[in-house]
Design a protein around this ligand. Structure first.
Ligand SMILES: NC(=O)c1ccc[n+]([C@@H]2O[C@H](COP(=O)([O-])OP(=O)(O)OC[C@H]3O[C@@H](n4cnc5c(N)ncnc54)[C@H](O)[C@@H]3O)[C@@H](O)[C@H]2O)c1
Length: 274
């Protein structure tokens, strides 16, 4: 069978109501996969083989939803997320703490050699600048200790969205090292740049559209959700059988431009603010 084939593959897409997760679910259905979707908003997609309502802020809701998942799964996609227009505690919980819980719980339903892909963000690029703090957070052993660690620190960590995405990247890269203990199940991350999705109005109202557009350099346009879904599906496909612990950056070259000193962020932000 072709490494690109998804015919008959059984996958779980967490966060399939809108944006990138919706595009992932629709593309996987087109590719012939059997797709089970999860979201806190009801999804009317006749292509899904099953759908389960779940509020990822709530451990009880996650536990109940996961009992409905029939394994063995070939792949799991975690596409849910909340922007910083929501309560900081919810942002960190949905983006990192309960994401990690979900992945740990659902892993037993993934076949040996399967794959997991989690959406991070270029908003988490700065994790190396405070690696000690982020590592302390992601080293908490479970969701209870993670909540206890973060609660008294929330006011001091800055933007909760960036903080949560820094944690996703640091955790994902650490966790992928345990691939052999985890029955060969690969774990990869996708870091999108600005993408047109359900979060667009939130980001635009929080930072202003001109500031968000700065981060679309050097291409100069926001991505479509499917332009993030395609690399995400690649990461979970057999075509990526040797790809593990990768933080795949799909940002039109912004991170590369910054790393090579070719994007003058301060100047662009000042122009956007003028
Ligand atoms: N849009 C961007 O510019 C951008 C950039 C980088 C990273 N991301 C990340 O991409 C991922 C997908 O976001 P998107 O841009 O497609 O936005 P989106 O808002 O369209 O999708 C997020 C999905 O998560 C679901 N969700 C949110 N809270 C939930 C909860 N408590 N329980 C269950 N489901 C919940 C939403 O219903 C929705 O289906 C997120 O992790 C986001 O942080 C987005």
């Amino acid at each position: 069978m072709s490494v690109w084939s998804h015919a008959g593959k059984k996958v779980l897409v967490i966060g399939c109501y809108s944006g990138i997760g919706r595009a992932v679910a629709e593309e996987l259905v087109r590719l012939g996969a059997v797709v089970h979707g999860i979201d806190w908003k009801p999804v009317d997609n006749p292509g899904l083989s099953a759908f389960t309502l779940c509020d990822l802020r709530d451990i009880g809701s996650i536990d109940a939803a996961l009992t409905e998942i029939q394994g063995p799964l070939d792949a799991v996609y975690y596409c849910s997320g909340l922007p910083q227009t929501h309560a900081a505690a919810d942002v960190v919980t949905v983006n990192f703490i309960n994401m990690r819980y979900c992945i740990e719980q659902v892993r037993t339903k993934i076949r040996d050699g399967g794959a997991i892909a989690v959406i991070a963000s270029t908003a988490g690029n700065g994790w190396v600048n405070r690696a000690a703090l982020i590592t302390e957070f992601v080293a908490t052993p479970d969701h209870v200790s993670a909540q206890a660690w973060v609660e008294p620190r929330l006011a001091g960590v800055g933007d909760p969205y960036s903080f949560s995405k820094e944690a996703v990247i640091a955790w994902g890269m650490r966790e992928s090292a345990h691939i052999l203990a985890n029955r060969g199940i690969r774990l990869n991350l996708l870091s999108p740049g600005p993408t047109i999705s359900g979060m667009t109005p939130d980001f635009d109202s929080f930072a202003g559209p001109k500031v968000i557009d700065v981060y679309t350099q050097p291409l100069g346009r926001r991505s479509l959700p499917e332009e993030q879904a395609w690399p995400l599906i690649f990461l979970n496909s057999d075509a990526a059988s040797y790809v593990n612990g990768c933080n795949f950056i799909a940002d039109a070259g912004f991170t590369a431009g910054m790393a090579t000193g070719q994007i003058d962020l301060d100047r662009l932000l000042a122009e956007a603010a003028a």
